[in-house]
Design a protein around this ligand. Structure first.
Ligand code: F0G
Length: 448
């Protein structure tokens, strides 16, 4: 059966609920302007009897789709025929149990796992989503694409675009992007436009650019991208020998991941492939804490899809009135107007999630611990461990619960933050280099 009969786009607003064919390029519901989801006629899809059956595809790794950590699970994101599917080997990521990091967060040995999404081809989790959205772009025969980015989206877009022959334009905020990410966009050959503004400005502009020039949009408003990001959760379950953890901890920026993860678990539960849904903790930086503020202080909820828009409008009006621009050392999540806010509210409902904000100091210390005892990560990713530590201190998470933290980006994405932390003794785990004369005896004296 052709995939176009089994998947469709659907507006998330229950008062609208309009359906659209997957062959249409839409990034918001044309009827009411709300976000779109990809939905499936599951009764027309042949699914494995149990999740562990997906492991059989490991035996067939010579097939690039079975090798891909995204397309290995393709039956759960069945929106296009195989002939359109793009893969560059994304999703070869690991789930590492890490007791030293667990100790820092006051979690018992054997209970904390780190999901290293920095091991993807472009060095961040974004590749999970891009492999899916570029497959859709090929299905609709797009030739040019664009995105706004705090850096990782642009790196991933640039890499996938050059593998599939699309022309890519990326919009980034001037001075708001880590060097590793900027270097990738340029090196992979994307047209890189630096705007005198922040990510939210870039996001507004790219929407206009895409609609005026007919470019294919690759931000997480693109619902096909989020389908790919669901597979991060499948791989965590796979890494736990097909068991569900008690908690997923994820950084919150534009809220694509948290939205995708909630959808992944909801679908698996509906399909009878898991017995329970884990709880989720979404961690903002204090300098970009729109979600945390709206949830914890303004009491915004999903409310079965009837979200109180006035709370959101008043909140954003307040930000504009004081000319607010977000600021955090975790530049990846330096976002004040998260585009997936409503889908994230739905995930919060599905996963009984909590939201917290952590300071830059907490992020940097947690990052140094992940570097010292694990494989390292970029600042936004370390917000997970900082948030987990605080939630543990609050007693929200128990020391013997099983927790998976999603480390979203590679440590080399943002070398400046790391070098400054260590060289300038910015935190309790700084490990600055020692100056030495060019003399063997002096060097030996220094080694301890
Ligand atoms: N971690 C990293 C390393 C990121 O690059 C991002 C987002 C996030 C977390 C937040 O994820 O948006 O799903 O809540 N980076 C985007 C970008 C915004 O443009 O690269 P989210």
């Amino acid at each position: 059966m052709s995939a176009s009969n089994i998947a469709f786009q659907k507006c998330i607003n229950p008062d609208c609920g309009a359906d659209f064919d997957c062959g249409q390029v839409l990034f918001k519901c044309p009827t009411c302007g709300e976000l779109l989801d990809i939905q499936y006629n599951w009764d027309k899809i042949k699914l494995p009897g149990k999740l562990s059956d997906f492991a059989k595809r490991w035996a067939n790794r010579a097939n690039p789709l079975d090798f891909s950590g995204v397309w290995r699970f393709r039956d759960l994101l069945n929106f296009c025929d195989d002939k359109y599917k793009v893969t560059i080997g994304e999703g070869q990521t690991i789930l590492q149990q890490n007791d030293a990091v667990a100790q820092y967060a006051d979690i018992k040995p054997g209970r904390l796992y780190l999901q290293y999404e920095g091991l993807n081809p472009s060095g961040s989790f974004k590749d999970n989503g891009m492999t899916a959205s570029f497959s859709h772009a090929k299905m609709v025969a797009a030739t040019s694409c664009a995105c706004a980015s705090t850096g990782n989206t642009s790196a991933s877009v640039a890499l996938y675009a050059h593998s599939c022959g699309l022309k890519a334009t990326v919009l980034i905020g001037s001075g708001r992007i880590a060097f590793g990410k900027l270097s990738q966009a340029m090196d992979y050959g994307a047209q890189t436009i630096q705007i005198n503004g922040d990510f939210d400005d870039c996001m507004r502009q790219v929407l206009d650019v895409c609609s005026r020039l007919g470019l294919y949009l690759l931000n997480s408003l693109n619902p096909f991208r989020l389908e790919g990001q669901k597979t991060i959760m499948y791989r965590i379950i796979e890494g736990l020998r097909w068991e569900v953890p008690d908690w997923i901890v994820v950084p919150g920026g534009n809220l694509g991941n948290s939205s995708a993860f909630g959808k992944a678990f909801y679908e698996l539960k509906q399909l009878g492939l898991i017995e329970r849904i884990p709880r989720m903790a979404i961690i903002n930086a204090t300098g970009a804490d729109t979600l945390t503020d709206l949830i914890n202080n303004k009491k915004l909820t999903w409310n079965n899809g009837k979200v109180n828009q006035k709370i959101i409008d008043d909140y954003y009006a307040g930000l504009s009135a004081r000319n607010f621009s977000p600021h955090t050392c975790a530049s990846a999540i330096e976002i004040a107007h998260p585009v997936n806010l409503k889908k994230c509210l739905r995930s919060i409902d599905i996963c009984n999630a909590v939201c917290r904000a952590v300071t830059d100091e907490e992020i940097l210390d947690a990052k140094a611990i992940i570097g010292r005892h694990g494989l390292g990560c970029e600042p936004a990713s370390a917000a997970t461990i900082a948030g987990l530590r605080n939630l543990r201190a609050e007693g929200v998470i128990d020391a013997d619960e099983r927790i998976a933290c999603v480390l979203t980006g590679h440590p080399l994405k943002d070398p400046n933050v790391t070098v400054n932390y260590h060289k300038e003794n910015q935190g309790q785990f700084s490990n600055p280099p020692i100056e030495a004369p060019n003399d063997i005896d002096e060097i030996i004296k220094l080694i301890n």
